[in-house]
Design a protein around this ligand. Sequence first.
Ligand SMILES: *[C@@H]1O[C@H](CO)[C@@H](O)[C@H](O)[C@H]1NC(C)=O
Ligand SMILES: *[C@@H]1O[C@H](CO)[C@@H](O)[C@H](O)[C@H]1NC(C)=O
Ligand SMILES: *[C@@H]1O[C@H](CO)[C@@H](O)[C@H](O)[C@H]1NC(C)=O
Ligand SMILES: *[C@@H]1O[C@H](CO)[C@@H](O)[C@H](O)[C@H]1NC(C)=O
Length: 434
Amino acid sequence: MKLVYAFAICAAFLSTPGYSAPLSSSSSAAEPIATVAYASNNPNRLVYPAGETEEAPQPIRDELGASILGPQNIPIDQQNPDLLAPPTTDAGTVGNAKWPMSLSHNRLQTGGWARQQNAAVMPMATGMAGVNMRLEAGAVRELHWHKTAEWAYVISGYTQVTSINPDGQNFLATVGPGDLWYFPPGVPHSLQATAQSPNGTEFLLVFNDGDFSEDSTFLLTDWMAHIPKEVLAKNFQTDVSAFDHIPGEELYIFPAEAPSPDATAVQNPQGQVPSAYTYALSQVKATPLAGGSVKIADSSVFTIATGISVAEVTVEPGAMRCWHPTQDEWGYFLEGQARITLFASSGNARTYNYQPGDVSYIPASYGHYVENIGNTTMRFLEIFNSDRYQDISLSQWLALTPPELVKAHLNLSDAVLDNLNKTKAVVVGPASSS
Ligand SMILES: *[C@@H]1O[C@H](CO)[C@@H](O)[C@H](O)[C@H]1NC(C)=O
Ligand SMILES: *[C@@H]1O[C@H](CO)[C@@H](O)[C@H](O)[C@H]1NC(C)=O
Ligand SMILES: *[C@@H]1O[C@H](CO)[C@@H](O)[C@H](O)[C@H]1NC(C)=O
Ligand SMILES: *[C@@H]1O[C@H](CO)[C@@H](O)[C@H](O)[C@H]1NC(C)=O
């Protein structure tokens, strides 16, 4: 399953019966002639199927390449067979599109940790950055704010979030695995693990700025430590001695007593935030597809989330997704084994392999597919820095273009053209081998 086959694969299962427009043969125009050689018929199958390589993989594909004689980082080569022995459809230069969180510096604190991916480690990822954070039961990511929006997906356990908006309305909610939160730019908030899961919580944060750094957010303790105490006393209308025991520097993540899972927001004369900062995506029923399923949460259902939207996609073994996004796409792999080829125009294409915990990045308009190359369900998040989830499917595009024109480009048979599905397929099943 390779890019040369991608068109056929995307179209294979999608028969819209009876496309009746006949292909013109009475045209007086000159017969189309090939002006370039045909694309290679090499199916470019995986040289090392995911997870099946016991021995050191070698950079050899068919008659190309040769064995490695020098030192080799075998586990990394086993995880990235399509970089070691690329499909022959790969060519030219494409920016790095893979960042394993395992390669990030990890900031260890009492009560948890945080590690990030941003443009400093993945220069192509200009539109979004991500943080993977862990809090033990009760631990707090302290009250803070930043100039980008913050979107989150809970990976494990339960997280209680609090916030206040510029109108003085407040918010408190507890979210669990598969749920989301979103804080607009500048809105102060806190994150705290409840004890509903004895291990606390772990979540993924995404920010709509590739240069975002978790190490340069605005923290309550850091701010208070850098204001003259005489000013603090005036601000809070109290005595200077009230601040004898505030921390001298930022806390960032710190242990605390676990909050009650059914806590509610402080009673407020201004009322509560009208549009919730959390969304129970875990309670949404996934839409079943030919080769998987999808759940979408954008501002059409999670109204406050105008800066970031998500599709949580599952792809069954052998199935794939094939399209191009209309915005940059930040991806995070939760389960299974995936392969993506990014097509960057002008003959540039590169194929990457992904494992759970890896980040992918696909700039707006780059054509690509995401294929499950493992034996188990592959599940990942596609995150966009926009208020609406949008994409364009390759097979739908061709199905809705005059067939004569498609034939003039690709010289596909009438049978293949008749089979193109006019309905958008988000995920397609494996191609039949018949
Ligand atoms: C076309 O694709 C849609 C969406 O995946 C699917 O529901 C439908 O069954 C397909 N039609 C045919 C004829 O395969
Ligand atoms: C198109 O494909 C057919 C075989 O299906 C071949 O006979 C014909 O020469 C091809 N046309 C061009 C322009 O390559
Ligand atoms: C995946 O399934 C194939 C076909 O059933 C089998 O040959 C292969 O060993 C399996 N691989 C793994 C890693 O389980
Ligand atoms: C808590 O973490 C430990 C160590 O990672 C793990 O073995 C255990 O299953 C976890 N417990 C729960 C309830 O998730």
